[in-house]
Design a binder for this molecule. Sequence first.
Ligand code: SAM
Length: 213
Amino acid sequence: MRLRYKPYAKDKIEQHPQYIVAMPEQYKGKWNEVFASNQPLHIEVGTGKGRFITEMAKANPQINYMGIELYDSVIVDALDRLIEADLPNLKLLNVNARDLGKYFEKNDVDRVYLNFSDPWPKIRHEKRRLTYKNFLKLYEEILVDGGEIHFKTDNQGLFEYSLMSFSEYGLLLKYVSLDFHKSDYQGNIMTEYEQKFSEMGNRIYRCEVKYQN
Ligand code: SAM
């Protein structure tokens, strides 16, 4: 993602702890304290500007959502969306997904969404891919038993790599679409990248995988 430095981002994030959770370590094991209702939690890792997670939260008030994004200059756009929508079932987290284990424990999360994750095509960067085995282990350690990952991308190489990685890890492939926008799936909510790349004519790949514990 092309990053535009936003000097105001840090201050704005600090001014809105009701939306971007400050000191998330303290909620490990008790995320329900942060939300208005005690209900399942779905997280999007690499949420970007937050379109997907905000629209999901609007469409599904019976689920709590959390958008996790590394860069403050990016998450500040998601914050703007959330300030406008003011949803009781959506929070944001400005952290590195590598550290998910610091903030969540087993059974805290019911589903992980990965949308248009950075492909990191060079082999020497494999460990940075959010579908690398180390990340699959991290997700397993915070998900409920039988928890799921739902993954969308326009990058064929990353999709093929991820299917292999899921399968080698022992995840069950529940749903795979090699041309998602031509499938009969109802109710898709597009991400910023999905909108942009599908308008350029790129094919969208999608899968749902499940931990078998
Ligand atoms: N999901 C959005 C979409 O589909 O429009 C954004 C896609 S963008 C290509 C990938 C996003 O993941 C970037 O905003 C990037 O900063 C974020 N990201 C990448 N690695 C991350 C990590 N380790 N922890 C948190 N966010 C990460």
